[in-house]
Design a protein around this ligand. Structure first.
Ligand code: SF4
Length: 238
């Protein structure tokens, strides 16, 4: 069993069996002097996690990467999150490469001709820039989201971004997340009620027939290619 000791000797040691609310309180205490951020794509997991942190009313930065290809519903959700959680600072660290300039440099519809490059330019490179000053990185990742996340730990070192990565929801399942969202009236993307289990860029996200908000699937992403992840999480995506 892994143990993550509190350097100030306060409270009980944190393990992977510690309840999520205590893990969240621990991160705020343990890393109070470090540069800590939450990153989010405004997925359901991220919204729930942001709510959990906001409840403790401590200043915290939430970073998101606007690819310039968000759905209108995602921008609307971003605005509702900002309004709902004034105690948190929401910062867009998205690409500055305009759609027009990308087309001039790499051709039209790069998301079709070379989606890996498109994700690199609009997600991965901005993420690398955003993480330069970050010591502790809070994510809403879950183990059961994909086989590449199956071995996710509560706390692990991320070599790509050179930051300590903490994933308090690592053992949660989508139905639990949905229950939390409903119970606490957390803002969520209305596309989840229109057949979108996850929501990414407009060009690469489709509805999945029969999908319900409490069910997780990545079927609607990059439907016409072999691609399954954008590469933000060491070969995984948001
Ligand atoms: S998800 Fe699609 S549109 Fe968005 S950055 Fe990746 S390839 Fe480009």
């Amino acid at each position: 069993m892994e143990m993550y000791l509190d350097s100030q000797g306060l409270g009980e040691p944190i393990t992977e069996q510690t309840p999520t609310d205590r893990v969240i309180a621990w991160t705020l205490r343990r890393f109070a002097k470090q540069r800590m951020v939450i990153t989010t794509s405004f997925g359901m997991e991220g919204c729930a996690l942001i709510d959990m942190y906001a409840r403790l009313n401590q200043p915290l930065t939430v970073i998101y990467l606007d690819t310039m290809f968000f759905f209108p519903e995602t921008y609307d959700l971003r605005d509702r999150m900002v309004e709902r959680y004034p105690q948190l600072e929401f910062v867009n660290r998205g690409t500055r490469l305009t759609v027009e300039d990308q087309a001039k440099l790499h051709g039209n519809e790069l998301w079709k001709t070379n989606p890996d490059l498109c994700c690199k330019l609009r997600k991965v490179d901005p993420m690398v820039d955003a993480m330069v000053d970050v010591d502790v990185w809070i994510t809403g990742l879950r183990r059961s989201q994909s086989v590449t996340r199956a071995n996710l730990r509560l706390v692990e070192w991320d070599w790509r971004y050179e930051a300590l990565k903490v994933s308090p929801l690592f053992q949660w399942e989508r139905p639990q997340i949905w229950d939390y969202i409903k119970e606490h009236d957390v803002p969520y993307n209305l596309l989840h009620e229109q057949g979108y289990p996850t929501v990414g860029c407009t060009h690469c996200t489709a509805a999945v027939a029969g999908s319900k908000p409490g069910e997780y699937s990545r079927q609607g992403r990059w439907q016409n290619s072999e691609k399954t992840e954008c590469g933000l999480h060491g070969g995984e995506g948001i």
